[in-house]
Design a protein around this ligand. Sequence first.
Ligand SMILES: [Zn+2]
Length: 185
Amino acid sequence: MKPSANEKSGIRPLNAKRKFPRVADIDTSTFLHPVAELPAYGDKPEALWELEDVEVIGKRVRSLAYFQRGTVVARFAGTLTYEVMQHTLQVTPTTHILDTNMVGYLSHSCGPNCLLDMTRLEVLALKDIRPGEILSIDYAVTEDVLFKQFPCSCGSPECRHWVTGRREQVNPEGVAYLQHHWNRK
Ligand SMILES: [Zn+2]
């Protein structure tokens, strides 16, 4: 029997009964720029992740499948805009994309399990991801300036405690927050 696209990629749906092989040795030279034959899963995204509503924080995305490090979790598309909005992602310094599907709802983590390729418009697994894990990205990787800076308690060892875009200074609220944070240590 020919292997399916999912078998080749190391991704298997949560409810799959049979064992799928895991490709143990990923060529990290293809890590940031996945090869063309890596499949996209836009055809049945509902089987691979789900959007969930959480009180106060809003929507987030939960994995329903195993994603091996380096594989494409999702491809995305959306409406281009010149404005930075709460759920937009930066494509160029002056262009932002508003995705109506899932990517605008990925959570922030300073040690995320996903990475966005804003050239190919793909969500890649930065770590091996198991079903049930919340999918996250580091907002500072794609955004020059955030819609709103915010405190972070993501729990990762690399946590910056206050998140900004990659080309902006910590704002006065953040300075006060960080001073308070470090004084408590
Ligand atoms: Zn953090």
